[in-house]
Design a protein around this ligand. Structure first.
Ligand code: AMP
Ligand code: MG
Length: 349
């Protein structure tokens, strides 16, 4: 009996040490800690204004507060590096000097942008900034430019003019970059990584309506992410997700009106004008936030037919919910069970 007791004690001690090692290595690896979420946990939320929009960051569990604070710091850091409104940002320096040093995140965003640009046959173009400027979207002094002006600004958006050597990036004369079409999705994915590293297993962020979730809700159920209706205060529907980004692009988000025509901020690089593709909004559901963001912009430009064939070619990577300007709602097969709507909708297969 005594021997058995001794054995159990030893065994218990071993287990204790093993557990301690796991805890310590987790702490070392994450630099943050543990944070198991439990049902009934209210979580920790922080609201910030960054990247020109309101953001809400929520995490659950013991490490929630620290994780959210780290995430907010990261967002502010990304904003400082990317903002075209801050003349010292890495992107602004490239735009004014033609050469800049990019830190790791900005380089990741550039590389992802170029990848999405190639994938989408140029519909996504991170060098669209000169055209945005021409229409006044960057200053707020909106105007409808002449065909000649559009033509000459389109001469400056060829992404082959971007050079990368180590951390140094160069851009051809007249070129200017703008990561407004992808930055929020990159940021929400970066937050999910920070949450995970902190041991958080349940969290949700909304960056100006673009949502990304980590795990499930603390009670184990799926997150219900609503997709805004582009024409009223209601919703197109709800997508039930875990570990996904749900990111939307729509002409209603930023626009001006002139002589009864609406001009929005998503530019078709093939025309140099706001995309007239017959779509009101495109929401992308994907585990990859940056991809979801880039594709929401690109598919909005492509229009229904090209978006559907693009999805068929890349269906493992993402799903979409699209609203057309004749009021139809399309959702892809991969979210057939996850999507709910009080409106009629078609499933794309
Ligand atoms: P989103 O709301 O993600 O669709 O992004 C729209 C923003 O992306 C615009 O405000 C511009 O900063 C930028 N943008 C506009 N047109 C394009 C384009 N064709 N490719 C990439 N970014 C674009
Ligand atoms: Mg986008």
């Amino acid at each position: 009996m005594a021997i058995l007791n001794k054995y159990m004690q030893l065994n218990g001690l071993k287990k204790y040490f093993r557990a301690l090692t796991v805890v310590l290595s987790a702490l070392i690896l994450t630099g943050c800690g543990f944070g198991n979420a439990a049902p009934g946990d209210d979580g920790f939320t922080k609201e910030i204004f960054a990247m020109d929009t309101y953001m809400s960051l929520t995490a659950y569990g013991d490490m929630a507060e620290e994780a959210v604070r780290k995430a907010a710091d990261k967002i502010n850091e990304l904003d400082r590096m990317l903002s075209t409104g801050n003349e010292k940002s890495e992107v602004s320096v490239l735009n004014s000097e033609g050469v800049s040093r990019f830190s790791e995140d900005v380089m990741n965003i550039l590389e992802k942008s170029l990848e999405i640009s190639h994938m989408t046959d140029g519909a996504f173009n991170p060098a669209i900034y000169p055209v945005m400027e021409l229409w006044g979207f960057t200053s707020g002094s909106y105007r409808v430019p002449s065909e000649e002006d559009i033509k000459s600004s389109l001469a400056n958006i060829n992404i082959d003019g971007i050079g990368v050597s180590g951390s140094e990036v160069t851009a051809a004369d007249g070129m200017k970059l703008d990561f407004g079409g992808i930055a929020k999705g990159y940021a929400s994915s970066a937050i999910m990584e920070i949450f995970s590293r902190c041991g958080v297993t349940s969290g949700i962020v909304s960056l100006g309506g673009n949502v990304q979730v980590l795990g499930t809700k603390p009670d184990g159920s799926l997150w219900r992410t609503a997709v805004r209706h582009p024409e009223n205060d209601g919703y197109i529907g709800v997508v039930n997700v875990k570990d996904k980004a749900v990111i939307t692009s729509g002409g209603y988000e930023r626009f001006f009106e002139k002589n009864g025509t609406r001009y929005h901020h998503i530019i078709d690089p093939s025309t140099g004008a706001p995309a007239r593709s017959g779509l009101l909004s495109v929401s992308i559901v994907s585990a990859d936030g940056a991809l979801a963001d880039g594709l929401s912009t690109a598919l909005f430009i492509m229009g229904e037919d090209r978006a559907v064939s693009f999805w068929r070619k890349h269906s493992g990577l993402f799903d979409f919910i699209i609203m057309t300007d004749d009021g139809r709602i399309l959702a892809t097969e991969g979210i057939e069970d996850a999507f709910e709507s009080e409106h009629d909708y078609e499933i794309v297969r």
